[in-house]
Design a protein around this ligand. Structure first.
Ligand SMILES: C[S@@+](CC[C@H](N)C(=O)[O-])C[C@H]1O[C@@H](n2cnc3c(N)ncnc32)[C@H](O)[C@@H]1O
Length: 320
C-alpha cells in the first residue's frame, strides 16, 4: 500500500461501503490509467478528442482573437499536456501551469512542453482540483486563461460542476477567461459506442481503477472478477460507467471489508451530455455571463469561451 493521505482512504472506503458502491473518477488516474486514457483519445469510436481538436483548428483565428492577449494558460486536469501544446502554439502565452492528480504523468507532459516550446515557462502542480487549488503567488493574476478541455466538466453532476467552475472563476480577474470543451447530446448509439470500444481499452481503463484502489488502500480486488458496463442514462443525460461483479466476492482492506453479490455494481463515472442552452445556463450560474461558443459541423461538441460576469474587456498591450 502506498503512503496515503487519510482523506483519500476515507473517501474510497466511504464509496465502497455505500449500499450503491461508487468510486470517484479521479481514482482512474495512476500512471497506467493516464496512459490508458491517452489511448482512448485515439480510438475510432471516441469522437470527443478529435472533434475538439477539429473545432480548435478550424476556429483558431476567431478563438485567438476572442481570447486576446493571454499571459498565463492554466489547465486543470492537464494530463500529458498534448492539448496545452496546441493551445500555447496558438496563443503564445508567457507561461503555462498544468494541474493534475496524476503527478508523474503531468510532470512528464510539462517537461516535454518545456522542450518543444522553450519560450513558454511551463510548470506542473500536483493536486486535486475538487479541493481549493492554491497557485504559487508569483503567477500574475493578469490575463489568465483557464483551459478546461476534454469535457472533463461532464464528470461532475450539474451542481458540482457549478461549484467547480465558481471556484475556478476565483482565479480570474476582469481580463481573465475560461475556454472549456463540452460534449453535447447526440444519438444514443454514437454515445454508447464511445464508451464501449471494440478493442476494450475503455474496459481496461475502467478496471484499472480497482488496481489503483488496491495500491491506495491495500484492498484485494481481483480484476477478473469484474466486468465493464456503460450505457446512456437518458433521464439524467449522462453516460454511466460501472464495474459489475461477475461472481460473488468479498473485498477486504486494512480495517474493513465489503461483500458484493454477483451482478452488484460499483459506479465509477458519469459523463454528462449537455444541450448548448443547458450548458450556457450552467456557466451563468457559475458567474460566467459573456459566452462565445464554437461547434463542429455535426453539433456533437462545443468549445465555449466564457468571461466572468460584469467584467468589461480592457484594451491595450500586456506588460509582463
Ligand atoms: C479526461 S482526462 C483529460 C486530459 C486532458 N485535459 C484532455 O483533455 O485530454 C482527465 C484528466 O484530469 C485529471 N484529473 C481527474 N480528476 C482530477 C482531479 N480531481 N484533480 C486533478 N486532476 C484530475 C486526470 O488525471 C486526467 O489527466
Amino acid at each position: 500500500m502506498k503512503h496515503l493521505d487519510t482523506g483519500i482512504a476515507t473517501e474510497i472506503v466511504k464509496g465502497l461501503k455505500n449500499p450503491l458502491a461508487s468510486l470517484a473518477p479521479k481514482f482512474f488516474y495512476d500512471q497506467k490509467g493516464s496512459v490508458l486514457f491517452n489511448k482512448i483519445t485515439g480510438l475510432t469510436e471516441y469522437y470527443p478528442t478529435r472533434t475538439e481538436r477539429e473545432i480548435l483548428e478550424q476556429n483558431s483565428g476567431a478563438i485567438s482573437e476572442a481570447v486576446g492577449e493571454c499571459a498565463t494558460v492554466i489547465e486543470p486536469g492537464a494530463g500529458g499536456c498534448e492539448k496545452a501544446e496546441h493551445l500555447c502554439r496558438l496563443l503564445r502565452p508567457h507561461r503555462f501551469v498544468g494541474v493534475d492528480i496524476s503527478a508523474d504523468y503531468l510532470t512528464a507532459g510539462v517537461n516535454r512542453l518545456k522542450k518543444v516550446l522553450p519560450e513558454t515557462e511551463a510548470r506542473a502542480i500536483a493536486g486535486d482540483i475538487t479541493k481549493e487549488i492554491t497557485l504559487p503567488s508569483d503567477i500574475p493574476r493578469d490575463r489568465r486563461l483557464i483551459f478546461y478541455p476534454g469535457s472533463s466538466i461532464g464528470n461532475f453532476d450539474p451542481d458540482q460542476a457549478v461549484k467547480l467552475l465558481s471556484q475556478l472563476r476565483k482565479h480570474l480577474d476582469e481580463q481573465g477567461s475560461l475556454l472549456i470543451g463540452v460534449d453535447l447530446v447526440k444519438s444514443v448509439s454514437v454515445l454508447e459506442a464511445a464508451y464501449n470500444d471494440k478493442e476494450g481499452v475503455t474496459a481496461a481503463f475502467n478496471l484499472n481503477i480497482l488496481s489503483h484502489v488496491n495500491k491506495l488502500i491495500g484492498a484485494n480486488f481481483q480484476l477478473e472478477d469484474w466486468r465493464h458496463v456503460a450505457w446512456f442514462n437518458q433521464a439524467q443525460s449522462r453516460i454511466e460507467m460501472h464495474l459489475e461483479a461477475r461472481r460473488e466476492n468479498s473485498i477486504s482492506w486494512p480495517g474493513g471489508q465489503r461483500a458484493f453479490a454477483k451482478g452488484e455494481r460499483i459506479h465509477t463515472e458519469n459523463s454528462y451530455k449537455y444541450t448548448p442552452d443547458a450548458f450556457a445556463s450552467l456557466l451563468k450560474r457559475a458567474g460566467f455571463d459573456s459566452q462565445t461558443p464554437w461547434t463542429d459541423q455535426k453539433n456533437w461538441y462545443t468549445m465555449v469561451l466564457a468571461r466572468p460576469s460584469s467584467m468589461p474587456r480592457r484594451v491595450g498591450r500586456l506588460a509582463c
